[in-house]
Design a protein. Structure first.
Length: 313
């Protein structure tokens, strides 16, 4: 027989016992609770430090599901799947904070992806060139008007409907295009960035991944129909829905709420340096996306992201 200190910092026993008659933990989500705790351990690098075991009956059957945590000598009864979060908060998260202090790295617990020129490429000039002959403006004038004006900001903030946006532009540059054709041309600027979509899909297996975009309903509806992977993301923060634009701190706060993490645990990818700088000053980990996925993959590798997630799907 060998006798030594336990190799684990914590050992969590979840009763998964099934009784033929009367209450039992198997009928009170014991297995699902065990799986949830185990997933947290595996996903947060605690394997080898924390052991989650399914146990036999603890003789507290009417109070199931029952969970015991050692060496804390803590018993939890009537644990639900949602209630398991409390066990995670009280016994497992403190271990993460301790590990972070020891290795001097702040772990990434969620990703925020910009849409335009990150997950989806776009070229404003495609639209300007297609439309210029049907206006009294040059492509450069159109570019400035369409993409760098209070009109566009109001549209992206949801203050102006697509119809209203179209009518204001029509008046401003004598636009001779129907509203339907205008919408089709307006949406013709996008193409998928397959490498970034593949990376996001991989990261989604373990991390909340939130879309954070200054955009308008017409563009986003089009992207959602054309690029269904957007539905797979954990959530979206869209300027026209929340009524603020990046880099307003409220915008980033909404993203953190959706992801359920602190700024220091969020990794934010955007192509605009001003937005990156603003998020960095709020405490985010950031990467300015240049269009080349390799520097991003190298940075994620350096920051400790599992390499299996950095390979194409
Ligand atoms: S079945 Fe879980 S304590 Fe008895």
């Amino acid at each position: 027989m060998i006798s030594q200190h336990s190799p684990y910092l914590k050992h969590i026993y979840v009763c998964v016992n099934c009784r033929e008659t009367g209450a039992c933990c198997a009928n009170a989500d014991g297995e699902a609770i065990r799986a949830k705790l185990k997933a947290f351990v595996n996903d947060n690098g605690l394997k080898g430090k924390v052991r989650v075991s399914g146990s036999g009956c603890m003789d507290l059957c009417s109070k199931g599901a029952n969970v015991m945590v050692y060496p804390d000598h803590q018993w939890y009864g009537r644990v639900t799947l949602e209630g398991a979060d409390r066990i995670i908060d009280e016994h497992l998260r403190p271990l993460l904070a301790h590990a972070d202090r020891q290795n001097g790295k702040t772990p990434i617990r969620a990703f925020l992806f910009d849409l335009g020129n990150v997950l989806v490429r776009f070229d404003h000039m495609i639209f300007a060139r297609k439309v210029t002959s049907r206006t009294n403006a040059s492509p450069d004038e159109l570019f400035r008007l369409f993409y760098d004006s209070p009109l566009v900001a109001d549209h992206d903030l949801g203050k102006l409907s697509f119809q209203g946006f179209y009518e204001r532009l029509k008046e401003a540059v004598s636009l001779q295009v129907s509203c339907d054709e205008f919408k089709m041309l307006w949406n013709s600027i996008f193409s998928e960035n397959a490498e970034m979509v593949s990376l996001a899909r991989q990261l989604m297996k373990r991390y909340p991944c939130i879309l954070v975009s200054n955009t308008n309903r017409a563009h986003f509806d089009y992207c959602l129909n054309t690029y269904p992977f957007l539905e797979e993301l954990t959530g979206w923060v869209l300027s026209y829905e929340v009524g603020v634009l990046k880099p307003h701190p409220d915008f980033y706060r909404r993203a953190l709420e959706l992801a359920g993490v602190a700024p220091s645990n969020a990794f934010y990818i955007d192509d605009r340096q001003d937005l990156i700088d603003a998020a960095h000053s709020l405490g985010f980990q950031t990467h300015r996306f240049s269009g080349d996925v390799k520097p991003l993959l190298n940075e994620l590798k350096d920051r400790g992201i599992d390499q299996s997630l950095l390979r194409p799907v």
